[in-house]
Design a binder for this molecule. Sequence first.
Ligand code: OAD
Length: 245
Amino acid sequence: MLPLIGMNIQPISPADYRTIVFFTGAGMSAESGVPTYRGRGGIWAKYNWEEVACEEAFRRNPEKVLEFHALRRQQLADCRPHRGHAVIASLEERHAHVAVVTQNIDGLHQLAGSRRVIELHGSLWRLRCSREGTIYHLSPREKSPVRCQCGAWLRPDIIWFGDCLDPEVVQRATEIIGGCDLLIAVGTSAVVWPAAGFPQLARDQGAHCIKINPEATEMSSLYHVSHQGPAGEVLPALFPAATTA
Ligand code: OAD
C-alpha cells in the first residue's frame, strides 16, 4: 500500500487499539521552541558534535562540554509543552494502553503530564558521576554542579555519539514497541540507530504505523499513513476527543 501524503486526516479511535506507542524525536518539541538537530537552524549545524557531544570531547575539555549542555538547559527552562504533547498526555490518562518512547532529552512529555515515557537517549535534567555513576537530578534554573561529591566530573546522563544505549531501556522499549498495534512516529529524521529501527520492529510485528512530519523522511514507505504537517496540528486532528477537557 502506498503511504497517504497530505493533511486529509482521518481521526483515530484509541479504543480500536490494544497498545498505542508514540515514538518521538526532536520535531515533537520544535513547536515548543526547542531546536531540532538536523536541517536549517539545527543544533548540529551550529555546533560540532565532536567538540561537545562525545566522550572524547568530554575527556579533552569537560568545561566546554558542560557549558554546552548547561546552555541547552537554560534555553529549555523557557520552553513549554504544546498542544501535541497535551494530546498524548490526555490519551494516556483516558486509555491505560498508551506509552511514549522518545529520543528527546528535554523532559517535555513529562512536563505535559505523560507518565509512561521511555527516554532512549537519557535526560538533560540528570547528571551522572563519571567515576561512580551516582545520579543527580536537576530542576530548571538551578545552577548545575560540575563535580560529584567524590570530586569526579559530572556528565549529562544522556547518550552521546559513540555511547551505547542502556540495555535495560532498550529492552523495555523493544517489549512495548514489539507488542503495540499502533505506532505513531512524530518528528524524527530516523537516521540515528538503534532508535531508528523501532518503527520497523513495530511494522514487522503487525502494527499499524503512522508518521507525522512536515518533511518527507527516509523510510517513509515503512508507514501505512504519512501526515505531512507539524505535530501541534496533526495530533489534535488525529485525536479530537483528547483535546476536550
Ligand atoms: P532530527 O533533528 O534529526 O530530526 C527532526 C525531525 O523533525 C525532522 O525530520 C524534521 O522534519 C521534523 N520536524 C521539524 N519540525 C517538526 C514539527 N513541528 N512537527 C513534526 N516534525 C517536525 O531529530 P531526531 O530524529 O530526534 O541524539 O534525531 C535523533 C537523534 O540525533 C537525537 O536524539 C540526538 C541527535 O543527535 C542524541 O542526542 C543521542
